[in-house]
Design a protein around this ligand. Structure first.
Ligand SMILES: NC(=O)c1ccc[n+]([C@@H]2O[C@H](COP(=O)([O-])OP(=O)(O)OC[C@H]3O[C@@H](n4cnc5c(N)ncnc54)[C@H](OP(=O)(O)O)[C@@H]3O)[C@@H](O)[C@H]2O)c1
Length: 253
């Protein structure tokens, strides 16, 4: 699906909406959380490093955005009970959820499959796929309680076409794409809930630097530059798009 890179979001695009962003302390998640708050959303900042989440919280407050909330969670150790408890807390606080950006991710190691460490494989699958889908299951009643809810799963180009050495990372993103299709069909009849996948494309973050250490970061788009698609897909103008694959930037030449 073509990207919405030139989308100009109105200032009040997300006013009154409650949006949860995973991996909100750094990289693309941080930029998305700040942009959602700037456009009026009450943002729940989820992540594993509290100090980073607190910085984002302070930035939102300093900019005069709606008061955010911090939800510390590490997908590696989180249990089904943690997700249920989380849903109960959000239900008490907000009564519904209008947006969920699954952004937290782990690269693992780029290595031939022959040498891939099985524990690392499990870890990557846990953070990139298993954790997020069980969290989604727990949050579904809250998403259904919204009149217009958008769930975005973050994919990758290696989750759409396999690439040597990308191991569990690529497989976790393929699984994510498949899951989006399954869940999207299940919620289609509701009309009020959409589930889509979004490939940010090469973006200047720590993860990209780890994957391509020799690359000049100045050749890459910054997280802020790819945010228009994140805004469009979270906002009401993307209503009706369900089970689709989006890109946040054109393919690199
Ligand atoms: N950058 C790219 O070029 C690119 C391209 C394609 C797809 N993506 C995808 O885009 C998403 C964001 O990536 P990024 O480049 O912004 O990466 P990043 O800078 O490394 O940020 C990843 C975020 O995920 C969080 N996270 C990692 N493990 C976690 C865990 N166990 N529990 C909770 N949170 C955890 C990190 O928290 P900490 O800060 O506490 O470590 C961080 O906030 C990922 O899903 C990635 O696969 C990125």
């Amino acid at each position: 699906m073509s990207c919405q890179i030139d989308y100009q979001a109105p200032a009040d695009l997300l006013a009154g909406r409650v949006i949860l962003v995973t991996g909100a302390g750094d990289g693309i998640g941080r930029a998305a959380a700040l942009a959602y708050a700037r456009h009026g959303a009450t943002v729940i900042l989820l992540g594993r490093t509290i100090a980073k989440l607190e910085k984002v919280y302070d930035e939102i407050e300093a900019a005069g955005g709606p008061q955010p909330a911090i939800f510390p969670l590490n997908f590696e150790g989180a249990t089904l009970k943690d997700y249920q408890d989380m849903a109960e807390t959000l239900d008490k606080e907000f009564g519904r959820l209008d947006g969920l950006l699954h952004n937290a991710g782990l690269l693992g190691r780029l290595t031939p499959f022959e040498q891939y460490n099985p524990e690392l494989w499990e870890q990557v699958m846990q953070v990139n796929f298993n954790g997020p889908i069980w969290m989604t299951q727990a949050l579904l009643p809250l998403l259904k309680a919204s009149q217009d809810a958008s769930v975005i799963f973050t994919s990758s180009s290696v989750g759409r076409k396999g690439r040597a050495y990308w191991g569990a990372y690529a497989v976790s993103k393929f699984a994510t794409e498949g899951f989006v299709e399954v869940l999207a069909e299940e919620v289609e009849h509701l009309g009020s809930l959409r589930v889509n996948s979004l490939n940010p494309g090469a973006t200047r973050t720590q993860m990209r630097k780890t994957a391509y250490p020799a690359e000049n970061p100045d050749t890459l788009r910054t997280p802020n530059e790819i945010i228009p698609t994140y805004l469009w897909l979270m906002g009401p103008e993307s209503r009706g798009h369900n089970g689709e694959r989006f890109d946040a930037q054109p393919p690199r030449t």
